[in-house]
Design a binder for this molecule. Sequence first.
Ligand code: RUB
Length: 314
Amino acid sequence: MDKDPLTDAPDPDAAHEAIRSMDVRGAAHIGRTAAASLGRLARDAGVADDALRARLEAAGRHLIAARPTAVSLRNAVNLTLDGLREEGASDLRGAVVDRAVRYIDSSEAARDKIAAHGARAVPDGGAVLTHCHSSLAVAVLVKAHEEGKRFRVFTDETRPWWQGHITSTQLAEAGIDVTLIVDSAAHFIMDAEDVGLVLTGADTVTADGSLYNKVGTHAVALGAHSLKIPFMTACETHKFSPYSLQGEHPEVEERDPEEVLAGRTLKGVKVRNPVFDRTPPTLVQRYITEEGPVAPQEVEHTIQRRFGNMEGWL
Ligand code: RUB
């Protein structure tokens, strides 16, 4: 029997803190953690419906505030809290729990489908370049390797949080030939090695086809474009932003400069730490989603089809 996905879920305050402090990171994981924490609250809070509704909405708002850029967080909250708005739901609690479990299950199922679709785009021979750590990009590469494709992977280290180390370790554990590089070596490596694909994850994809992902993604995409290397992004449609249909673009998170300084003091020096950037649609060849590859110009239509009534959404 599959494990109940809510059993080990943190409560929403603990989930907020884990997401804010990056104990839980990566957009897909963040979304599932938020959904699970709301499901757990709905299941365990022994209060009447009105009080439950107020507590869940407050918890949802608090969760969304934990990190501003990954839209999967806001989508996870809203899709879970849709249980509160379910027409004729006699059991509000059950409806929210059901939505939370559905979100988690669909996100996990999406990962497997994306791996299968994405593996087809991975070259047999040559190399792939990755940026940061995306669980979905890793799933694609592991699947391609399991299917017998042989390729090398160059992984951008991604300061200041070193997420490239996670990617490198996970790929090495899967038996893939992996080489870690500093981010500023990306263009050199793309040019010097036989890189046939650049593969990243996504935090948010907006209706105009723009990609918001870990800072440095834009520079990598520009490099890939100049060398005519396909640039693709593995992402579940939970990363697509329905809010962007009204022109809303995500806020780019700027974190504590101390993360960059890492304990050093540089007298008279200002430090900035923006952690995401926007890559324009012209630089993205395909979004590899659970529905298959989606071109940037098809994102708007996919959002319209994928997200229904947003009444009452936070
Ligand atoms: C992680 C990051 C990842 C996306 C996609 O940033 O930018 O590329 O979140 O990850 P951070 P996934 O480490 O700051 O959260 O494919 O796992 O959803």
